[in-house]
Design a protein around this ligand. Structure first.
Ligand code: GTP
Ligand code: MN
Ligand code: MN
Ligand code: MN
Ligand code: MN
Ligand code: MN
Length: 198
């Protein structure tokens, strides 16, 4: 999982001029509920349907006006999730890694994760339709199904067979493993099933 090399925040900043930086974040909360009263939901993990029809994480390009990577991320989260994102304050310590790509442009994609309470996450979801970019760059938030249904396909394997922007699919798999949101064996199986074609 995660074929591309993952850089630390410091390594990524040493790439020098000529590279654009973008920051995206996985927001998650413990979720005690059960689907059909039977299937543990585990956690609520947020992604979004983008304007281009692909799934990705909230966030975006860091601009010259942003004083830091995290300031850029914070601005993008407010644009895409609404004013409810203002108190989230993602910090350097929330950085999970950076991936770089030469095409279509030299871009470093920084990835962050932050754990919220379920109440905080639900408030974000409720406010998101009032965000400046709602209905424009962002068509809606989705929760990622972290379980696999009894047929072995429904849930996470089917979700992973959607189209993801850039390295968002690798970022999702990396984070679900690293944060312990899905057991590694189940994650590898879901990845394999989704690649084989359902
Ligand atoms: P603009 O208003 O058009 O500038 O959009 P934005 O600033 O919100 O940028 P966007 O979120 O589209 O991200 C910038 C670039 O990063 C895009 O060109 C994508 O290729 C890539 N990207 C977008 N979302 C993700 C994501 O979730 N993960 C990764 N790894 N890359 C992403
Ligand atoms: Mn944006
Ligand atoms: Mn964006
Ligand atoms: Mn932007
Ligand atoms: Mn924009
Ligand atoms: Mn745009």
């Amino acid at each position: 999982m995660g074929e591309s090399r993952v850089l630390s925040r410091a390594e990524a900043l040493e790439l020098g001029p000529g590279w654009r930086h973008a920051c995206h974040a996985l927001l998650y909360a413990p979720c005690p509920g059960r689907l059909f009263g039977r299937v543990p939901l585990r956690h609520a993990v947020l992604m979004q349907m983008r304007f281009d029809g692909q799934l990705g994480f909230p966030g975006g390009f860091v601009d010259p006006r942003d004083s830091s990577l995290e300031a850029g991320l914070s601005r993008e989260l407010r644009e895409e999730l609404g004013s409810g994102a203002a108190p989230l304050s993602l910090a350097e310590g929330d950085h999970l890694g950076a991936r770089f790509a030469e095409t279509p442009q030299r871009l470093v994609a920084h990835f962050y994760a932050k754990r919220l309470s379920l109440e905080q996450l639900r408030a974000l979801e409720e406010g998101a339709t009032k965000a400046a970019d709602h209905g424009l760059e962002v068509l809606g938030l989705v929760r990622v199904p972290l379980y696999t249904l009894r047929d072995g396909v429904g849930g996470l394997p089917t979700f992973l067979s959607n189209s993801f922007v850039a390295s968002a699919r690798q970022q999702l798999l990396q984070a679900l493993g690293a944060l312990g949101l899905v057991p590694e064996a189940e994650l590898r199986r879901a990845d394999a099933v989704s690649r084989k074609g359902l």
